[in-house]
Design a protein around this ligand. Sequence first.
Ligand code: ACO
Ligand code: LMR
Length: 268
Amino acid sequence: GIVRKSTNLICTISDDRGEEVLYAGKPLSRVLEDGMGIGGVIGLLWFKKEIPPWAAEFIELVLQIVADHGPAVSAAHNAIVASCAGKDLITSLASGLLTIGPRFGGAIDDAAREFKRARDSGLSPEEFVRGMKAKGVNIPGIGHRIKSVKNPDKRVELLIGYARENFARTDLLDYALSVQEITTAKKGNLILNVDGCIGILFIDLMGSCEVFDEREIDEVIRYGYLNGLFALGRSIGIIGHILDQKRLDSRLYRHPQDDIAYMLPKLG
Ligand code: ACO
Ligand code: LMR
């Protein structure tokens, strides 16, 4: 009989061997004919599923909402500095993306995990906040440098508005909003931030969607799918900032010395 050569690699998401590429088994031309859009393509390539249009639209909303937040934030600033140092687009983009992490843009998976774990283990919002404080851990998805109760984050309002209108369930959101009530009573800027809101709503989206089961929700959190949404969306803005600096023919950036507190030890 035929002896199959064992392979060194397995791929389960796409296939480029035929006349046209397949995304999760679906020919690219059908993806386009069906108007699946970026949200639908993410459904195919990240989840290997055809997700319903309201779920694909939510993903596209997230990508648009996180696309940029001005030049001062970590990713844009790093990319601008790299671009001003004469680095090319890809290198500058990478330097911006590398700032995405637990404090900035990369708290989405942690927020999804921590809020879901707290809710599923029956902790009241008060017990959750107290427990995190006792551990000395900032609650992922809570807190913002400039947004606060007095200066609300419109992006969070837009995401919540969409979910309330389109999701069958928003119970983790309700739990997170109860947590926010407690944290903002302590300090006005301890709001549910855009990372937290995306993470929590993604769990509610999966819970509202018959194509996903509990095992897949756990997988999303375990493998950290959701920070990918921020990296993908914010790349749009980062690239914009890099091109902006190139067009402006910006000079090398050097941070002003009068904005640095030099606090050296007095040795020798
Ligand atoms: N949970 C509980 N307490 C918090 C949190 C939190 N998430 N964030 C800040 N605090 C408390 C701090 O313990 C501190 O308390 P203290 O004054 O009693 O010492 C006080 O608030 C101020 O803390 P700072 O670290 O100075 O706050 P800062 O404004 O610099 O931090 C940040 C902002 C990094 C977003 C912070 O709130 C945080 O770590 N949040 C969790 C991570 C997160 O969600 N990041 C995503 C932000 S949105 C985005 O990047 C797109
Ligand atoms: C962002 O989207 O970059 C932020 O919410 C962080 C910030 O400080 O604005």
